[in-house]
Design a protein around this ligand. Structure first.
Ligand code: 0GY
Length: 297
């Protein structure tokens, strides 16, 4: 009998009516970090998941894209779907040229399976090191995946927490192709932007021109909280100003595992000009960089 999948009791649903942002996005802007969850009737969650979210399907995602003024989405496989990429791939197919995907795959995935995902719009894989989200993956499995995707010109997204950077840095530096770090490596905002931990992340990017960062998730990182998330601004702004050609931005809709509050996605868009204050920085962050990385073919 099919498992009945019940949303976690403490789950926070995405904002029901986000505001219209005051910041007008540049033409062709890309939401380069978002997810789809199910809907579970069509795309059940994975047995090995660590959380059971609300349904948040592609129709809602595309509605939000249009409401906020984005043109395109990069849909990142969420851990609640494990390595079953069906919901993400279905959303990519439905989005056509307006959507790209980042998958989570087994180390022994076949070339045909990669080719099928490539045809649907997938352009990368995600390596997740966050222990509350996934069981540990042997590093040699990640290396094997990294080698298999080279034929397709895909990039790698990595998700880890700040305390793991020192241990992970040599491994990340050894990976081929473009490596995109989720949410600036999740710095501890309370420590301040000049703390050695964040400096280590800045140095990693300075030393390795293939390492990019998503300057995302002020709502997750902020100690101060909504609606302005001003304490995260110095961190994101430093990365944008130092590495303007290697940064991406995304909503992180539907905001998995937010426990303190659910952000208003319109207010998140209003965060962008604080971290990318000029039209040129905004264009690179929102259009040029994601287009170069995810729409090259
Ligand atoms: C994010 C952050 C989280 C979750 C996931 O795939 C996921 O489950 O990425 C998190 O819980 O911090 O980027 O969506």
């Amino acid at each position: 009998m099919a498992e009945i999948q019940i949303t976690d009791a403490d789950w926070l649903d995405f904002h029901p009516n986000p505001s219209v942002p005051r910041f007008v996005l540049p033409a062709g802007a890309v939401d380069a970090h978002c997810h789809v969850f199910g809907p579970r009737d069509a795309f059940p969650f994975a047995p090995e998941r660590k959380y059971t979210p609300c349904d948040a399907g592609k129709d809602k995602l595309f509605e939000l894209r249009d409401h906020l003024g984005f043109s395109r989405n990069v849909i990142v496989q969420a851990t609640c779907h494990g390595k079953d990429n069906a919901a993400m791939v279905d959303a990519c197919r439905a989005g056509g040229e307006l959507a790209r995907g980042v998958a989570s795959v087994r180390h022994d995935i076949s070339r045909d399976a990669l080719a099928e995902m490539d045809a649907a719009g997938v352009r990368g894989v995600r390596f997740n090191f966050v222990r509350r989200l996934v069981d540990a993956t042997p590093r040699e499995h990640f290396v094997e995946v990294a080698e298999r995707i080279q034929a397709f010109g895909w990039s790698i997204v990595v998700y880890f927490e700040a305390q793991d950077l020192a241990d992970l840095a040599p491994f990340l530096a050894s990976l081929p192709g473009t490596i995109v770090v989720d949410h600036m490596g999740r710095p501890d905002i309370a420590k301040g932007v000049d703390h050695p931990d964040f400096q280590r992340f800045v140095e990693l990017m300075a030393e390795h021109e293939n390492i990019w960062s998503k300057v995302t998730c002020p709502e997750r990182l902020s100690v101060q909280g909504p609606p302005d998330y001003d304490d995260v601004v110095p961190f994101a702004r430093r990365i944008v100003e130092l590495f303007p050609d290697r940064v991406l931005w995304g909503t992180d809709w539907p905001h998995p595992n937010m426990k303190s509050h659910m952000p208003d996605d319109g207010k998140l868009v209003d965060f962008i000009p604080k971290i990318a204050p000029t039209a040129e920085l905004q264009r690179k962050l929102l259009v040029d960089n994601p287009m170069r990385l995810y729409w090259a073919h």
